[in-house]
Design a protein around this ligand. Sequence first.
Ligand code: CTP
Length: 411
Amino acid sequence: MSRVLLIVGGGIAAYKACEIVRLLRKAGHGVRCVLTEGGSHFVTAMTLAALSEEEVHTTLWDLKDEAEMGHIQLSRQADLIVVAPATADLLARMAAGLANDLATTLLLATDKPVLAAPAMNVRMWLHPATQRNVSQLRADGITVMEPDEGAMACGEFGPGRLPEPTAIITRIELLLANGPGGSAPQALGTGHRPLVDKHILVTAGPTHEPIDPVRYIANRSSGKQGFAVAEALASLGARVSLVAGPVALATPAGVTRIDVETAREMAAAVDRALPADAAIMVAAVADWRAEGAAEQKLKKAAGGIPSLQLVENPDILATLGHSPNRPRLLVGFAAETEHVVTHARDKLARKGADWIIANDVSGDVMGGDTNTVHLVSAGGVETWEHMPKANVARRLADRIAATLQDPVQPG
Ligand code: CTP
């Protein structure tokens, strides 16, 4: 039996927390609930206590609790902390590291994995502030589920609904079994799983090309867009191999990650991961490397300023585009600072890709959380509105799913 600490935030979806408690108990787990001030306006401590058969905690200032069970102990006694519903406010306070009530204090004090299941109005979810907080939390190693899409209690439509309690339970079981990051993709997702049985290869991040043992050539890619694409594909049921350059991002749930450093290592890892039904090359691969990296640190004293002789790296996308192992759908990304679509069209032909997702990186796209992209294919150019990288990833994943389900060759 595992022990789950369930933090119930303040939103209309709080009533679904009762179902989560019931399902966890039915699966044989112990559940202790913490009800936030906001949450108490939607469900009562009495309901949660009855369902969990445990005392419900509501305040940091309960002296009896501090004597018998301090908040540190409470946060560590559990095997997993689940925040459901995770409201925009709660996510923001978690991302900022605030500890201004019992829930956030526990979340800051814990040494256990944390799962957050968001629920909020669609605009609140899509707001750059919320997306920024979610990215931060994921980078901090917290598993933040994608909310469901659909009609909302407030009358609007879109992403923001609490994932179904059964989907939350599935994710809880995975985390309890494997910890964050490691999980079986077939058990992920919220029901809509059109990519089951598909293997998709994703590259992400920069590459580092050594000059000597302490110096390297790099670029500003953060890996965020590629990781978001891997996560979105996994949530649609795909088996995802993510070949990642050096980035400090948490591995999305259900994704197999292969860490590499140089372009040549990335090329080899891509080759080993084949065959795949689709490959999405989001990585910003260094075009050149230093010829014959020095084995010892280059010293100033050695005389004069060293000159770097560059040699070209393998073009992983182009190689794949012209290989007998070419996945059915091959997608490249193109980072441009001018003539975005013209360059993308040229890359589409040159690299033998089906689509190029082109973006203008002259602003703060690299490292940022939002993106404006153009999908360039033989059929024409589609410009998507400015949106969070997570949404670009979801929309792209949906397109990939639709294309792979279509028996006609993509175009
Ligand atoms: N790419 C690759 N291997 C390389 C260079 C790029 O696989 N050695 C892939 C990237 O992952 C991306 C696409 O090719 O999907 C376009 O990358 P980009 O850097 O924009 O293109 P380049 O070929 O480097 O063109 P240029 O430097 O002229 O912009």
